[in-house]
Design a binder for this molecule. Sequence first.
Ligand code: GDP
Ligand code: IMO
Ligand code: MG
Length: 422
Amino acid sequence: MKVDVLLGLQWGDEGKGKVVDYLAPKYNVVARFQGGPNAGHTLEFDGHKHVLHQIPSGIFRDKIKNIIGNGVVLDPVVFKKEIEGLAKFEIDLKANLFISKKTQLILPTHKLLDAAYEKAKGKDKIGSTLKGIGPSYQDKIARNGLRVGDIMAPGFEDRYRNLVGKHENTLKHYELEYDLAEVEAPFFEAIEFLRSFKLVNSEYLINKSVASSETILAEGAQGSLLDIDFGSYPYVTSSNTMTAGACTGLGVAPKNIGEVFGIFKAYCTRVGGGPFPTELFDETGEAIQKEGHEFGATTGRARRCGWLDLPALKYAIMINGVTQLFMMKADVLSILDEVKVCTSYKLADGSLTEEMPFQLVDEEVEPVYDTLPGWKVDVTGVKSMDDMPQELSSYIKYIEEATGVPIKIVSVGPDRTQTILR
Ligand code: GDP
Ligand code: IMO
Ligand code: MG
């Protein structure tokens, strides 16, 4: 069967983990195609709250193959911790988890380089999660990287030393104190641990599933506005977070992509630096942050909050070919009397545009808003669309009409069960 893709349409943290976990029973395979430990995907079910970073969010469901694809950058140390954190769930990880041999490895020095580059940027820093994402993708593209499959080859340690030597040369140009031995010991322990998992040519695994009657869900990390090509560059991550990234990050041909599920919050958040036209700096923003518990799942940093941005949403729908929308965190806006939606941007010359400007960073972009009535009722217990407050139904219809894409899931709370199918 074709590969369905689920991805974030904003600046990440839309609720991808929750929805992948919710949809997973319909699938035989769940595969991560890009990103790495910068991701934090939260799942809540049966009284548990669990954050996954590199392991696909299908892992809690029975009999699903979970694949870490070639497009991912994997930190073995984080991987080991994640696996240990899953011990209490008694999942047969050795049977259900597959890692592409082509997945790039994050070395301890990649994290040091990340810190050094960020520090050197000063006030212009990206606000990276400092997980070594940028430097490891940099090595991949520069054809220096080490891959998961390399850990099985006899010369691995020599190749590792060689690359670390290059990194240390670079680090000399930055003011960063570090103790390599201290970070290397857990790294080699984790490499040994990684060797005991199923390291595979995952492109064959996936394409065999495509050729058979198996169903496959590709799980994105980050969001379209953090895409290396189409996001708010340079305040982006270092991978293609869009549908096309699922093709290159798993080895799936474009003709084998099926549905594209685009997931967005009923409002907008961003963590880290960079432009955010609809950001709120007032008590409404604070109220949304508090009600939505908007603190990063990976770094704990406060997430900046703002109104839903339709030009940005439509842009993300366009570049991804989104076929279904899922709206998350509708319950959070219950606290507000009215809800605003940005419909266009007013540029410095006074003109209006519904397109994303080339340089969101420098352009003076003033959002133009529509105001809609709030719903002011607790919707966290709502189980069907029939019981939705009329104002929330109107909000949903408004977005569907503006985007031309149906909203098929409305999420009204963090738990698996707080999910309404339309
Ligand atoms: P991801 O990175 O896209 O998987 O999203 P995160 O897990 O980083 O952030 C989403 C946060 O919102 C998590 O804490 C989720 O438990 C929570 N969440 C997801 N859906 C809903 C929802 O509909 N309502 C509320 N209140 N919280 C939600
Ligand atoms: P999930 O998958 C939100 C942000 C960082 C920073 C920029 C670059 O949980 O949605 P990086 O570490 O990639 O070099 O950081 O991207 N960022 C995320 N923001 N959710 C994420 O992942 C993110 N992953 C990276 O805050 O601004
Ligand atoms: Mg997250």
